[in-house]
Design a protein around this ligand. Structure first.
Ligand code: FES
Length: 174
């Protein structure tokens, strides 16, 4: 009897060990109705973004058409198809943060950056990402700024942080 288990794909030609982690996620979620979304989530956590090679790998492993994988990855704004910019602003849009004004922060930061959450500025300096609860509800509204949790944000403090990133980059570049 042939076992068509997805774990058989564990040796990616690149030799990149991160594919072993991805294989575990594929095995864990395979067969579930939401397997594709869960596996794409896992892939993004492991690799940082979903490049074409990765989506091809996932399509083959889950036995789904590549068009479906690509369609899901492009439909949901929390999936990234390109690497992040130099700085990353992750704004929590979970319930507690939403109630405490995350939407106003979102608007202010988007206005300063000239781009929307889910995207990276044209100069590749700042990526804006929205997230579900990041686990610090007591500090709402919360953002994770270059991996550092910042709580009790205001529109001013949020825009100030982005401004500092942009200014420092400009000074370095002069
Ligand atoms: S809802 Fe934002 S940290 Fe929990």
């Amino acid at each position: 009897m042939t076992d068509s288990s997805t774990t058989k794909q564990s040796s990616h030609p690149s030799g990149d060990n991160r594919f072993k982690l991805l294989d575990r996620a594929i095995t864990k979620h395979h067969g579930r109705g939401d397997a594709l979304i869960e596996v794409l989530h896992a892939a993004q956590e492991i690799f940082g973004f979903l490049e074409n090679d990765l989506m091809i790998y996932i399509a083959r492993a889950l036995k789904r058409p590549l068009s479906q994988v690509y369609g899901v990855a492009t439909f949901y704004h929390f999936f990234r198809l390109k690497p992040n910019g130099e700085h990353v602003f992750v704004l929590c849009m979970g319930t507690a943060c939403y109630v405490k004004g995350a939407t106003a922060i979102q608007d202010a930061v988007e206005g300063r950056c000239g781009t929307k959450f889910g995207k990276t500025t044209d100069d590749n300096k700042v990526s804006l990402i929205s997230a579900r609860c990041v686990g610090s509800c007591g500090l709402a509204p919360v953002a994770v700024l270059d991996d550092v949790v910042a709580g009790k944000l205001t529109t001013e403090s949020a825009v100030g942080k982005v401004e500092a990133w942009i200014q420092s980059e400009q000074e370095v570049g002069v």
